[in-house]
Design a protein around this ligand. Structure first.
Ligand SMILES: Cc1ncc(COP(=O)(O)O)c(C=O)c1O
Length: 413
């Protein structure tokens, strides 16, 4: 099979992936007849369920009337409607379109740096949170934790200053104190309330607010990377809906199109945009991609946003969030020595293993769950489920049962 797959070791005898020919709701159907409940929402993108008919129809309709138009010279109704709806939902008036989560982050970083340059007061420092993951392009890698993922490129990444993960309150407080009089910080970038790739690490809105407030007091910009946390994952539409401090720049992607098509957005405040509001050519943001503002992806994004206007979407989010919360509480009582974390739709269980991301549980539990018709993709020793809204409470319970029986099998329970 001539396909070089992402994040996948290729070697003689490596297992071949199932060939998925159909996906519906929360289920993936393979050519060989196997069926998997998708516990990962297709790398955190699927929101309302696979092949949701409303979004599928919006895409089909759009493909027949307008596919793509060069976005530097033209606009189109679907992109405008997406921008307007997001203005209403976030309070951020300017929307820059790109292709995926990494490009949404690249744009955010470029905007932040050029914002200061355009005002004749260049600032060069970016702050990020320990353990962060913001994507795989060079800027996004630079503001992400230095791990095995980034090792081969470490000489080419720009330097970033790291704030301690907020569970270490004293360290965070000391770090915030030490930056409070700095004049060289351009921006802080962080995943609000929930670091996904780091192992579903949760922190409180109080800490996000403390960081954002301190950063902003230095004159720097606050960038919220809601590529993962956006569209209901943490129980609210955006994680920053639970925070007092709103971002100057917001990155969206993944669930933006309901999980149908790639699209990234970088939203900014009026203050940020105003530094680019000029006929001077050096003040222009020179960034764009061939598919920027794609009309079919925009139609999918608009359909997703329309589904978020329905009461039933919110009821289902609350219902599944409640189930995950109950499961977490039960787990905590039953297995107090095995940490569990829950926020919104995310339930994560940290299996005992020093190896972290390269824990053997990653492949062993994944195979064990797949044999039982459930697709999980543990982040090393962190097993988690992130269901689409098409899921049933019984399916969430089944994930926990599978993890329990796996732990019994390997003698960890
Ligand atoms: C918080 C966050 N930011 C950015 C990205 C990168 O998004 P993409 O994979 O679409 O480039 C991810 C991907 O997992 C993410 O979790």
């Amino acid at each position: 099979m001539p396909i070089w797959r992402p994040y996948t070791p290729h070697y003689e005898g490596a297992p071949l992936p199932p060939n998925i020919v159909r996906a519906q709701g929360s289920y993936l159907y393979a050519a060989d007849g196997r069926v998997f409940w998708d516990g990962v929402s297709a790398w955190w993108v699927t929101i309302h369920g696979h092949s949701h008919p409303y979004i599928a129809e919006a895409i089909a309709h759009q493909a027949r009337i307008l596919d793509q138009v060069l976005f530097a010279d033209f606009t189109h109704p679907k992109a405008e409607a997406v921008a307007e709806e997001l203005n209403r939902l976030t309070g951020l008036p300017w929307v820059f379109f790109s292709d995926d989560g990494s490009t949404a982050v690249e744009v955010a970083l470029k905007v932040a740096l050029q914002y200061f340059r355009n005002q004749g007061q260049p600032r060069h420092r970016i702050l990020a949170l320990e353990g962060a993951y913001h994507g795989d392009t060079f800027g996004a890698m630079s503001v992400s934790a230095r791990t095995t993922f980034t090792e081969a490129f470490s000489d080419y990444l720009f330097e970033v200053e790291w704030l301690p993960f907020p569970t270490d309150e004293d360290a965070l407080e000391a770090a915030l104190h030490s930056i409070s009089s700095r004049q060289d910080i351009a921006a802080f970038i962080g995943e609000p309330l929930l670091q996904g790739t780091a192992g579903m690490r949760v922190y409180s809105s109080r800490h996000w607010d403390a960081i954002a407030r301190t950063v902003r007091a230095t004159g720097a910009l606050v960038i919220a990377d809601e590529v993962f946390t956006g569209f209901g994952r943490t129980g609210t539409l955006f994680a920053t809906d639970q925070c007092q401090e709103k971002p100057d720049i917001l990155c969206l992607s993944k669930g933006l199109t309901g999980g149908f098509l790639p699209m990234g957005l970088t939203l900014t405040s009026e203050k940020v945009f105003s530094a680019f509001y000029s006929a001077q050519r050096e003040k222009v943001l020179y960034h764009g991609h061939s598919y920027t503002g794609n009309a079919i992806a925009s139609a999918a994004a608009l359909a997703n946003l329309e589904l978020w206007r329905l009461d039933e979407t919110w009821q289902q989010l609350r219902r599944l969030t409640h189930v995950q919360m109950e499961l977490a509480q039960q787990w905590q009582v039953q297995y107090p020595h095995i940490p569990v974390r829950q926020i919104g739709l995310v339930l994560a269980i940290e299996l005992p293993d020093e190896e972290g991301y390269f824990s053997a549980h990653r492949t062993a539990l994944k195979a064990y769950a797949m044999e039982r018709g459930v697709f999980l993709r543990p982040l090393g020793n962190v097993a988690y489920s992130l269901p689409a809204l098409s899921s049933q409470p019984s399916e969430l319970r089944r994930v926990v049962e599978i993890i329990e029986s796996y732990l019994a099998k390997v003698g960890l329970k």
